[in-house]
Write a protein that binds this ligand. Structure first.
Ligand SMILES: NC(=O)c1ccc[n+]([C@@H]2O[C@H](COP(=O)([O-])OP(=O)(O)OC[C@H]3O[C@@H](n4cnc5c(N)ncnc54)[C@H](OP(=O)(O)O)[C@@H]3O)[C@@H](O)[C@H]2O)c1
Length: 324
């Protein structure tokens, strides 16, 4: 029997990482080929321990404190790494050095396939108009660094998650309407009928793109930039789906970027307004990007089931918790 390839996962107790772990453990075939290692901050936590109970190896690791040597030690023997950094607003600049260390450590540990949770380079996509999305930029800079550093020693792939469906549950999207035209309004710098939002269920579909890249192998996956999207959908259709499944009338309305930003509090307003505008006016990955989704979908591992539709996501999350 050939030895299983070790896939190390950062953020294994969070949405994306747990989805990847479920994807591999949910398939006999995949789990006969890949063994999982979770790089976790607190191995004794209940979420880490439930991974261990499912056969996932735990290695203690913290993005803040691990230098290149410590990270390389944690990765020793790994075939692949699903690498992420996490957004701490106000400290977005920490993400580039953290990600750079992960690239260097992966090279030092002999990792063959580095899969980076990247995001679009917003200043380039928007020609410098949107400047409040440093957590996007820093992830994009890690991607650039990986491309320079990898030489021919390691394949690198980039999975750029779209707008999380969960934002409509945990976020600040829908607000009670101020008039009797609707129950809830979703406002922002988008065009209700013309904009295309790249929604994804992060808990389920991101892992299937990562598996698709692993299964395609380093030669085919090297340099691939994946638009990780479950469904492209207009704001009008997003709210229409919520309306039809909840019985609450929800509408989507355009508000110009600067006006929208002025409604929002301090540090939060910039990134929130910019990210809606990136979706609403630039198709998130760049204008027209929805029209070449098929190139990314080549790497979606459909053996684990179809993509999650927005309708199915809302159905699964009823009663839909509106903000009050
Ligand atoms: N919301 C969106 O629409 C959207 C879209 C695209 C991309 N994103 C990106 O998605 C990321 C969040 O992903 P997610 O939802 O999968 O995460 P999540 O569910 O919030 O979980 C965070 C994970 O990161 C781990 N973690 C946090 N700090 C760490 C550290 N210092 N060292 C090691 N591990 C650490 C946590 O582990 P423990 O707590 O167990 O230690 C946990 O597993 C963010 O970076 C965000 O920018 C979001």
């Amino acid at each position: 029997m050939t030895a299983r390839k070790i896939v190390s996962v950062i953020g294994a107790t969070g949405n994306q990482g747990a989805g990847l772990i479920d994807a591999i453990l949910g398939s006999k075939e995949l789990s006969s080929r890949y063994a999982l290692r979770a790089l976790v901050r607190v191995p004794s936590s209940s979420s880490s321990q439930s991974l261990a109970a499912r056969g996932v190896e735990l290695v203690k690791f913290d993005l803040h404190s691990a230098d290149v040597d410590a990270a390389a030690k944690a990765l020793q023997g790994s075939y692949a790494l699903y690498a992420q950094t996490f957004t701490d607003f106000g400290k977005e600049d920490e993400q580039f050095p953290q990600g750079k260390r992960l690239v260097d450590a992966s090279l030092a540990a002999g990792v063959k396939h580095f899969v980076w949770a990247s995001l679009p380079h917003v200043r380039e996509v928007t020609l410098g108009r949107l400047t409040h999305l440093d957590y996007f930029e820093n992830k994009a800079l890690v991607e650039r660094y990986a491309e320079e550093a990898k030489q021919s020693k390691m394949a690198c792939s980039y999975v750029m998650a779209g707008c999380f469906m969960s934002n409509f549950i945990s976020g600040h999207m829908l607000q009670p309407s101020h008039d009797d035209q609707a129950d809830y309004t979703w406002s922002g710098p988008f065009h209700p009928n013309e904009s295309h939002f790249p929604l994804i269920d992060p808990r389920v579909d991101i892992g299937k793109f990562v598996v698709g890249l692993l299964e395609a192998g380093p030669a085919k996956s090297d340099g691939q930039k994946i638009q990780a999207v479950s469904e492209w959908i207009s704001p009008a259709d997003i709210v229409a789906t919520i309306s039809s499944l909840t019985g609450k009338k929800c509408v989507a309305t355009r508000v110009e970027l600067e006006t929208f930003r002025s409604f929002l509090p301090g540090d939060f307003g910039g990134p929130f307004a910019d990210v809606l505008c990136l979706n609403g006016e630039y198709d998130y990955y760049g204008k027209g990007s929805f029209s070449h989704q098929a190139q990314s979908d080549v790497f979606f591992y459909a053996g684990l089931g179809p993509k999650k539709s927005w309708k199915k996501y809302v159905e699964e999350n009823l009663p839909f918790p509106f903000e009050k």
